[in-house]
Write a protein that binds this ligand. Structure first.
Ligand code: IMP
Ligand code: MG
Length: 171
């Protein structure tokens, strides 16, 4: 997936979000580190509504593509979520466990509203149903890197998104 195609889609998502939150003045974007940092940076600069940006970090897959199963919050937002309109920005939806965990964690804090924006989704991999309000692309079941996404913390800064060869992550 090349840069132009990504930029075009991010622009469309920003347009949708800007329209939906036009009447709201306390939108809080919460990016999930590290994978969402580039997507969030591009998205936030395309929004035409006033908003704030915050981050959380979660424990990720152990080293490569194998899921550790459990999700753990390792860094929380600085801003309070309670009473605010929160949009979680995530890089990719795989099994769905991470986003499900986040939604439950944030819901318990009573935000005014809570939605999700995800750049990529691998529907074949889903283990649990999670609502996505804004989706960039559906992709096949392959490990992808670039545009913030990594494999063992590598390849994040590639400007495009590419699938790794299976030999690399199925060793
Ligand atoms: P889930 O909990 O299985 O939905 O996994 C979500 C997390 O796994 C994402 O936030 C990513 O950090 C990571 N992940 C899943 N698939 C990929 C991929 O293809 N490339 C890079 N990271 C991925
Ligand atoms: Mg992620």
């Amino acid at each position: 997936m090349d840069e132009d195609r990504i930029a075009e889609r991010v622009c469309a998502l920003a347009g949708q979000i800007s329209a939906d939150y036009a009447e709201i003045d306390d939108l809080l974007l919460v990016g999930v580190l590290k994978g969402a940092f580039i997507f969030l940076a591009d998205l936030t600069r395309q929004l035409t509504v006033a908003h704030r940006v915050d981050f959380i970090a979660l424990s990720s897959y152990n080293r490569g593509a194998e899921s550790a199963g459990a999700v753990r919050l390792i860094m929380d937002t600085r801003a309070s979520v309670t009473g605010h309109n929160v949009l979680i920005v995530e890089d990719i939806l795989d099994t769905g466990y991470t986003l499900d965990y986040l939604l439950r964690t944030f819901e318990a804090r009573r935000p005014a509203s809570l939605r999700t924006c995800v750049l990529l989704s691998k529907p074949e991999r889903r283990k649990i149903v999670v609502p996505v309000d804004y989706l960039g692309f559906e992709i096949p079941d392959k490990w992808v890197v670039g545009y913030g996404l990594d494999y063992a913390d590598q390849y994040r800064t590639l400007p495009y998104i590419a699938a790794l060869k299976r030999e690399v992550y199925e060793r």
